[in-house]
Design a protein around this ligand. Structure first.
Ligand code: 4AD
Ligand code: MG
Length: 477
């Protein structure tokens, strides 16, 4: 196969070389200028056609959206807007696209329209830039852990456990839809799901990752995660990707240090490797924000914000200190919080989290030592008997991006917790075994990958940073 990526042609091919490129037509002006894009770069390559040299029937097939192979000579461009162009000698049409029905035209489409066309929206500049940044970030995740002595563990997607105890699970079923097995009372017998066992799609790989940390030392998972929460927000998906490191012999401080270093490192990676896409997304955000009232605009441009986060320390504050701050705060002149903070022990709403990050501290915040009763069963109880060694990282414009903790390593304390929450000890026999056989201090956290991509791309809705968003409305593709 003799062809190069458009990126390679535009960046490191000498002029007067004969080149062959493949791609999709973004525009075809004056029967002469084809803008071709192959996804390797944001930039199109301009291909100049002397239409006298080509059959009219062939040129008719060169429409927006069609796939072509073009051969020609790379020359320095006389026109503005590009350094090089291809003087075309041969065109092969892989497949044409009917201009009347091809949905992605060279104009601005609404995000809503593009979500309905998730299979084609990747052919726009915005989505190709987002998805390249997403890909680079996921590479940076693996690289970071690899370089820091972690092993990658694949935890199960189908599982019998509810790691978060929140009951927000999708059941897995092998039920016969026409004649589902029934109980004696005639109801569908869900106990017969998954070959007779009750199972669900995982809400977190943490508990299984803990077993690996207690053998391999430092591990991480990075995989799809499912939550059946029917929340229609710009921050929630029913299917999202989570990164979950788990480390033996790490306490909560070590955990916070790692999480902060990790986030800074992966953001540093895209600043270095995704400059072109980030510059495009930066400009895009600036354009979007022009239509917003001054008060709602973000105080920093995208790249400035990414640099700020990668270079400055996050603020660490205990839950109790945060509650004091919130109690003494007015979010703005007239309005109070929609959910006023009256008592210690209340869970923070996103308006509180965003106030702390965006108005009070003006930087990412790590909140730690939360009340035990608003956090999951596995978190280590503090000496005060009422708080746990939990930490959440809150980000500007996003809210919670990380949730983690030091795990309860004491068998007796963990058993009491499980009992108090009415969880059947038998279901967690393997998890309890870790506390019986060589238990040790250990910690970990979960980072919602799409929330990181949201932050990194400056997009406003989580549905636009995952290829095929699964939300209560959308599971079509
Ligand atoms: O805070 P969460 O629920 O924590 C856990 O699942 C722990 N087991 C993680 C661990 O300690 N290993 O979720 C972790 C992160 C959140 O901070 C958020 O970024 C993301 O996962 N997240 C979601 N992202 C998109 N859509 C949803 N519905 C999400 N729910 C959580
Ligand atoms: Mg959480």
């Amino acid at each position: 196969m003799q062809h190069s990526s458009i990126k390679a042609v535009l960046t490191n091919t000498p002029p007067l070389t004969e080149v062959t490129v493949n791609g999709w037509v973004r525009s075809f002006r004056s029967n002469r200028f084809i803008a071709l894009n192959d996804g390797s770069t944001l930039n199109n390559i301009q291909c100049v056609v002397d239409f006298e040299n080509f059959e009219e029937a062939l040129l008719k097939q060169v429409t927006v959206g069609s796939a072509l192979r073009i051969t020609g000579t790379l020359i320095e461009s006389q026109g503005r807007g590009q350094k090089f162009e291809v003087q075309v000698t041969d065109i092969f049409v892989h497949g044409s696209a009917d201009p009347d029905t091809y949905p992605i035209q060279p104009k601005k489409h609404s995000m809503e329209f593009l979500r309905e066309n998730a299979h084609l929206r990747i052919r726009t500049n915005t989505f190709s830039a987002i998805m390249r940044v997403r890909s680079a970030l996921s590479f940076a995740v693996h690289q970071y852990f690899r370089e820091n002595g972690f092993n990658y563990v694949h935890t199960p997607i189908i599982t019998g456990s509810d790691a978060e105890g929140a009951g927000e699970m999708f059941r897995v079923s092998t039920l016969d839809a026409i004649a589902p097995p029934k109980t004696e009372t005639g109801d569908i017998d869900y106990k017969q799901d998954f070959f007779g066992k009750e199972t669900n799609l995982t809400v977190s790989g943490q508990l299984e990752a803990e077993t690996y940390a207690m053998a391999l030392g430092k591990v991480y998972t990075f995989g799809p995660t499912f939550r059946a929460e029917n929340s229609n927000t710009s921050r929630h998906l029913a299917e999202f990707w989570m990164i979950e490191p788990e480390m033996a012999f790490y306490n909560l401080d070590d955990n916070m240090d790692l999480a902060e270093d990790f986030i800074k490192s992966v953001i540093g990676y895209i600043l270095e490797h995704c400059q072109e896409d980030l510059e495009f997304l930066d400009k895009r955000l600036l354009d979007e924000e022009k239509n917003k009232p001054q008060a709602e605009r973000s105080p920093m441009a995208l790249i400035e914000k990414l640099k700020f986060v990668s270079e400055n320390n996050f603020k660490r504050v205990s839950y109790t200190e945060a509650i004091d701050i919130l109690r003494n705060s007015k979010p703005n002149k007239k309005k109070k919080f929609q959910f006023p903070i009256d008592e210690w022990g209340a869970d923070l709403q996103s308006e509180h989290e965003r106030y702390l990050v965006e108005k009070h501290f003006k930087c990412p915040v790590i909140l730690f030592d939360y009340p035990a009763n608003i956090k999951a069963f596995y978190m280590r109880l503090n000496e005060d008997g009422k708080t746990v060694r939990a930490m959440d990282i809150l980000f500007p414009g996003i809210g919670e991006i990380v949730g983690g903790s030091q795990r309860e390593e004491r068998l007796d304390v963990l058993k009491e917790k499980i009992k108090a929450l009415d969880i059947d000890e038998k279901e967690l026999w393997w998890y309890l075994d870790l506390r019986k056989f060589g238990t040790a201090v250990h910690s970990g956290f979960g980072l919602g990958f799409e929330r990181l991509v949201l932050f990194a791309t400056g997009m406003g809705n989580i549905r636009d940073v995952i290829p095929f968003p699964r939300t209560p409305q959308n599971a079509e593709f």
